[in-house]
Ligand binder design. Structure first.
Ligand SMILES: [Zn+2]
Length: 189
């Protein structure tokens, strides 16, 4: 299971300003954007960048850590060949898949998100429940994105690009109701 350190990672949230990644006059992708298929987010609504500057990879639940060929190839392509400067993993509050992951199941689809379910179970068992179910779920949506970012940070192609050319990783969670994203800030960064 790739994820569990995120359960203990202290973080804060901060609203993403549209100029978080400064606009540049390059018509080549600068950002690998990893999003959820059902999120109805326009990436350019969150960031003031040209579409050409984004390389977008979406799947059900913005999951990279399954090690599936499509996600793995997207990361290799964007980091190794396009030499993007940023990777953004953007989850969203009220994600149907996150809600499903509260319960274990043995259907075929569950194979896709079983690690998320395991993390969710651990998350729910890791603390006493003083908040509403909705607040708990929002919190887990954040922890889950953190877990994906932590997993990404350990991948050789990503690790190398971070060390050699300063590739940056960011975790965002989009809030549809407020039409804005928050960034998960770990260790002040
Ligand atoms: Zn979703």
């Amino acid at each position: 299971m790739p994820f569990t350190t995120a359960l203990n990672t202290p973080y804060t949230t901060e609203v993403v300003s549209r100029d978080f990644i400064p606009a540049i006059n390059e018509a080549t992708p600068q950002i690998l954007w990893v999003g959820c298929s059902d999120s109805i987010i326009s990436e350019t609504e969150v960031l003031d960048v040209q579409r050409e500057q984004l390389f977008v990879h979406r799947n059900l639940g913005n999951i990279l850590s399954n090690g599936d060929l499509s996600s793995e190839s997207a990361v290799e392509w964007a980091v190794g060949l396009l030499q993007v400067k940023h990777i953004i993993v953007c989850g969203h509050y009220d994600c149907a898949l996150i809600k499903s992951s509260e319960k274990d199941s043995d259907d075929a689809l569950h194979g896709w998100y079983k690690d998320m379910t395991r993390l969710h179970t651990r998350f729910l068992n890791s603390h006493t429940h003083t908040e509403s179910e909705e607040a708990e779920r929002r919190k887990f949506e954040e922890v889950y994105v953190l877990a994906e970012v932590e997993w990404l940070r350990r991948q050789p192609v990503v690790k190398k690009a971070m060390e050699e050319r300063g590739l940056l990783l960011h975790g965002f969670v989009f809030d549809r109701k407020k039409a804005q994203a928050v960034r998960l800030v770990v260790g002040g960064k």
